[in-house]
Write a protein that binds this ligand. Structure first.
Ligand code: ZN
Length: 145
């Protein structure tokens, strides 16, 4: 049977999440310096984060600014400082990928998908199971981005 996730070339790095203290200040480098375009800024209430989206090729950089200290990004910055926060990999079937990872004993933060920025289906894989990288999975074709 054809496995939709069999070919890794079907997958892509959908975005890279960068934790910043202030989106306005970070734009001085990412937009004004590097030259990326700021497409939009969205607040994801569920995660307590403001997200600035800057497309780059088929992918995008997401600047993540916490809306408070007791949020995932707020805690991350308090502990590790600003910097690369997570890598988002787009898959064709997020439920199947989560089941596969779970079956392999990989620690998941989200056992089932939830709604992330832009209305996309997303789920996070714990860095303990990936060699230290927080991985976000998203399903192709979901959300409005
Ligand atoms: Zn993300």
């Amino acid at each position: 049977m054809w496995n939709p996730d069999m070919s890794s070339s079907e997958m892509k790095i959908q975005h890279l999440g960068v934790a910043v203290g202030s989106i306005d200040e970070a734009l001085a480098f990412w937009r004004d310096g590097l030259g990326l375009e700021l497409k939009e800024i969205e607040i994801v209430e569920d995660q307590g984060v403001r997200v600035a989206m800057l497309p780059i090729g088929e992918s995008r950089i997401e600047l993540l600014e916490a809306t408070g200290e007791e949020t995932p990004v707020g805690k991350f910055i308090a502990k590790r400082g600003p910097g690369i926060h997570h890598l988002c990999v787009e898959v064709s079937d997020i439920e199947a990928k989560l089941s596969e990872l779970k079956a392999r004993g990989v620690r998941l933060i989200d056992e089932s998908p939830r709604i992330g920025a832009g209305g996309a289906l997303v789920a996070f894989v714990h860095p303990a199971g990936t060699g230290g990288v927080l991985i976000e999975l998203t399903q192709r074709g979901t959300g409005n981005h």
